[in-house]
Design a protein around this ligand. Structure first.
Ligand code: CA
Ligand code: CA
Ligand code: CA
Length: 292
């Protein structure tokens, strides 16, 4: 391993880092616990157990726990967490039985959830403890990439995370939402899409496209406040544009701060940007170029 060319080593290290990041997201979904109505004789859900993945254990301290000699050697060569990742990869290829060789209960459960997601098999989730089942089912549902399936999740918050993830993975435009067959789902999807775009570009106008009840307000609440309602957030007005966040037309030239910044590219704090004696608003309304 130590005679490897530097490039190969960097490639392997990058791969491990990517795997850790990907597993982190999956692990979050997996360990999301849902408040379920307790059944009379049901045991309390057990908290997720620490595992090589959640604890980021890259040591070889626990390698002796592998009863299989080959696995023990592999563990000593690469460390525990990389071996766990490799074995999960094998399980995804070969089937959930392979998860059984893992020495740690938390890793075995996580492994089963990965296989369930890959094979889109919710029944596999039923083999997990009650507390981990809903996270597993969520992961499988997200993996099916079917927006409509999210509504079957037991918990409203998980259903919403499921929808947001599917929109994030698929919607490069609002077309993804518009082609959904159900009208209610279309509007749910569009709210998520327009809110995401509004936040990304700090574009208050994007929120106005939301038709779902309360959706426009939820979208505006996700953005920084805009006291004068001119479409530019208070923070941007104060810190970046140096305009008055309580006046929609700071230089009183007849053009709103928003139109000056986003449409005409004139100065929102100078009434006559090109200094020709006519104000920006006068030039625009008379059809002249306020920049010449
Ligand atoms: Ca404003
Ligand atoms: Ca102005
Ligand atoms: Ca101006």
């Amino acid at each position: 391993m130590f005679n490897m060319p530097k490039k190969t080593l960097i490639l392997i290290l990058s791969l491990i880092i990517l795997l850790v990041a990907g597993a982190g997201v999956a692990y979050w979904f997996f360990t999301q616990q849902v408040a379920v109505t307790p059944e009379p004789a049901a045991e309390a859900p057990s908290p997720p157990k620490p595992s090589a993945i959640s604890s980021g254990d890259f040591t070889t301290d626990r390698c002796a726990e592998f009863t299989d000699e080959t696995l023990r050697q592999r563990c000593e060569e690469v460390g525990l967490a990389p071996l766990v990742f490799a074995l999960i990869g094998e399980a995804v290829e070969q089937g959930a039985e392979r998860c059984g060789v893992l020495i740690d209960g938390g890793d075995r459960d996580f492994c089963i959830a990965q296989v369930a997601a890959e094979q889109q098999d919710k029944d596999l989730c039923q083999t997990l403890d009650q507390g981990l089942r809903s996270g597993c089912v969520t992961q499988v549902t997200v993996a099916t990439n079917n927006f409509s399936d999210c509504q079957h999740l037991a918990d409203a918050q998980l259903a919403e995370s499921c929808r947001q993830t599917i929109v994030a993975n698929n919607a490069s435009s609002d077309e993804f939402c518009k082609q959904l067959p159900n009208a209610e789902e279309q509007s749910q999807c569009l709210e998520i899409y327009y809110t995401r775009e509004a936040v990304r570009a700090e574009d208050y106008g994007m929120c106005a496209k939301i038709s779902r009840t309360g959706g426009k307000d939820r979208c505006l609440n996700a953005l920084p406040p805009d006291s004068d309602g001119d479409g530019l957030g208070d923070y941007s007005e104060r810190a970046l544009l140096k305009t008055n966040p309580f006046s929609a037309d700071t230089d009183e030239d007849g053009l709103s701060d928003y139109d000056e910044v986003k449409v005409h590219r004139t100065k929102p704090t100078v009434a006559d940007t090109d200094g020709d004696g006519f104000s920006d608003g006068t030039e625009v309304s008379a059809g002249y170029d306020p920049l010449k």
